[in-house]
Design a protein around this ligand. Structure first.
Ligand code: SAM
Length: 245
């Protein structure tokens, strides 16, 4: 009799756990749906709006050559951007939306053989380029990672710094990706946004592919991040730095 009672209790608690789990999943889904609004898509947008900003279309692999263009150094001053990141040998850093690894390679040289650069991508073709780079001499500290649309897939408290260069404005799930980065940052770690300056009409980039500093700070305010400084030393981009307390 006692064993029948035990089975009935165990079935009831399993059912309860399943119902609670289902309820939680439904709540998370509902919160995510409320976070974003729909709008008629503009030419470069996906018709999804977050905090008043339409999300831009993702750059496909057909843009890979553009990421490696020779004029890029002059247009973006990659050397100045790397200096702004204040990287040190031995650091673990994440290049989220690494593309072909233009910045991952430069970061890899700064953090050195004892450091790590997680190069996170959602496009398998970009990932293959990163895997080839990681086999080249001097770049063995690059670790390509296949991320998800809503998660960078890094272990908790595993990195000192994360950077997104020309990426954040095209994330389909900006809130969720940023939350996953914050989880991956060690306490005191930095999150750095590098975006084409939306408030500068002279920057020759399509409007949805630029962001104002105000918009970046508005969206980051939803996360456990504290704004630290904004560098305006680059020709076209601003570097907006936050810290996980
Ligand atoms: C404009 S490219 C910039 C690439 C690189 N940061 C650079 O500056 O050379 C944007 C990249 O972000 C990637 N991306 C978009 N959504 C992503 C996500 N959720 N997680 C990781 N990468 C993503 C795209 O696949 C694309 O390669």
């Amino acid at each position: 009799m006692r064993s029948v009672l035990a089975i009935v209790c165990s079935v009831r608690s399993t059912l309860l756990a399943l119902l609670l789990g289902f309820g939680l999943a439904t709540t998370i889904h509902a919160q995510s749906a409320e976070r974003y609004q729909s709008a008629p898509p503009s030419a470069d947008g996906i018709g999804k709006v977050y905090q008043g900003r339409e999300i831009a279309q993702m750059m496909g692999f057909d843009g890979a050559a553009w990421l490696e263009r020779t004029e890029r150094q002059k247009e973006e001053r990659a050397d100045l951007l790397i200096a702004e990141l204040e990287l040190k040998p031995g650091m673990a850093v994440a290049d989220v939306g690494a593309g072909t690894g233009y910045y991952s390679r430069r970061m890899a040289l700064e953090v050195g053989p004892k450091g790590l650069v997680y190069a996170i991508e959602v496009q398998p073709q970009m990932l293959r380029v990163l895997e080839t780079t990681a086999k080249r001499p001097g770049y063995g500290n690059i670790v390509p990672v296949l991320g998800a649309d809503d998660d960078v897939k890094l272990p908790e408290a595993s990195i000192d710094l994360a950077v997104m260069v020309d990426v954040y404005h095209e994330l389909a799930y900006p809130h969720e990706v940023l939350a996953s980065i914050v989880r991956a940052l060690r306490p005191g770690g930095r999150m750095v946004f590098v975006e084409y300056r939306g408030e500068d009409f002279r920057v020759p980039i399509k409007p949805l592919h630029k962001m104002t500093e105000q918009q970046v700070r508005l969206e980051a305010a939803d996360q456990a991040l504290v704004w630290e400084r904004t560098a305006r030393t680059l020709p076209w981009q601003h570097v907006v730095v936050f810290r996980r307390p």
